[in-house]
Design a protein around this ligand. Structure first.
Ligand SMILES: Nc1ncnc2c1ncn2[C@@H]1O[C@H](COP(=O)(O)OP(=O)(O)OP(=O)(O)O)[C@@H](O)[C@H]1O
Length: 305
């Protein structure tokens, strides 16, 4: 049995179908990234998994507990850490007070160890915290009772790049210790660095479920070159060439076709400069995010019109 299993999970808010028949399984020891643009329905899934929202239909289990079974879910939550997107700490108490309370409810064996890595000013009242300090306090709270599973909604938002990197390293170490991490994100580069597998959500529907390596392979290569007009026409007509951009003396395109075909075509032209690299993750995800490959922003423009 998976650590998290979703089976046809659906949440209809009335005017928005935020989760539409979502099914997937997260296995023990995985770092699973739950990806999607703003408003895709990630938070809705997370809150449903934790029993904070009632699904319209479908079900899920978390550490074997059915989300409709309140008692079982309460027991399971002793072994789950949760980092919400919006940290609703009482602003008047100190960070230490928050951690003391959490320790009294769920335990806090790892508190000191975590405070060595994440460094909120625990003696100060929360109202004096920056958003990064609040996030670090939230991370400590999520992990301090050494849970088997940690569910996080945008865990690195507000952290500076150095702390983000420390979080990534910490997450990988947790995974090696056999912990399972499930987190939502739209920061694609962090997903590349730390996730084993991703589920991609768009308009409430799961549109992709891949391991990260496969995702990157499917993304092809970005080819950028300076060449002649005639070569530009021939190269961009190749099977597997897409997202063509033209510059004054060159072109760039994404290539998912046969490498030998590309190399043979290149050899027949005057190529003055060439760079073949991994495409930006945004491009890899674009065909999942956008209905016609054009992406969310375009859809928003259309719907506003
Ligand atoms: N309580 C609610 N009542 C009505 N609609 C809601 C409610 N909560 C969320 N929604 C809508 O459901 C959709 C999914 O929202 P959700 O917060 O789950 O997305 P998300 O992927 O977590 O977005 P973000 O990355 O911006 O946090 C959005 O269109 C949102 O406006």
């Amino acid at each position: 049995m998976g650590v998290i299993e979703l089976d046809g999970l659906t949440k209809d808010y009335g005017d928005v179908l935020a989760n539409d028949d979502v099914s997937f399984t997260v296995e023990t020891g995985e770092i699973f990234g739950y990806l999607g643009p703003n408003g895709a329905g990630k938070t809705t899934t997370i809150r449903t998994l934790l029993g904070l929202l009632e699904p319209t239909s479908g079900t899920a289990t978390v550490l074997g507990a059915d989300i409709h079974d309140e008692g079982a879910l309460i027991d399971a939550k002793q072994r789950i850490g949760y980092l919400p997107a919006h940290l609703g700490f009482n602003e008047e108490v100190t960070g230490a007070d928050v951690l003391d309370y959490h320790a009294s409810v769920k335990g806090g064996d790892r508190r000191d160890e975590l405070l060595e890595i994440f460094t909120p000013p625990v003696e100060r009242p929360i109202r004096e915290y920056s958003s990064g300090n609040k996030r670090m306090l939230g991370i400590i709270q999520a992990f301090m009772h050494d849970p088997e599973l940690v569910i996080m909604d945008e865990p690195t938002s507000g952290l500076d790049p150095l702390k983000q990197e420390e979080f990534n390293e910490f997450a990988r170490n947790e995974c090696e210790r056999g912990k399972t991490l499930f987190f939502s994100s739209h920061v694609l580069s962090e997903v590349r660095r730390i996730c084993d597998r991703v589920g991609i959500l768009r308009d409430g529907q799961l549109v992709g479920l891949e391991d990260v390596e496969t995702l990157m392979e499917q993304g092809g290569k970005r080819v950028r070159l300076r060449t002649t007009d005639e070569a530009r026409t021939a190269l961009t007509a190749l099977d597997g060439a897409s997202d063509v951009q033209t510059f004054a003396d060159g072109i760039q395109f994404i290539y998912t076709g046969e490498y030998n075909t590309l190399l043979r075509e290149l050899a027949t032209h005057d190529v003055r400069e060439i760079d073949i690299s991994e495409p930006p993750l945004e491009d890899v995800f674009m065909h999942y995010y956008g209905a016609d490959g054009a992406g969310e922003s375009n859809q928003e423009v259309q719907s506003d019109a």
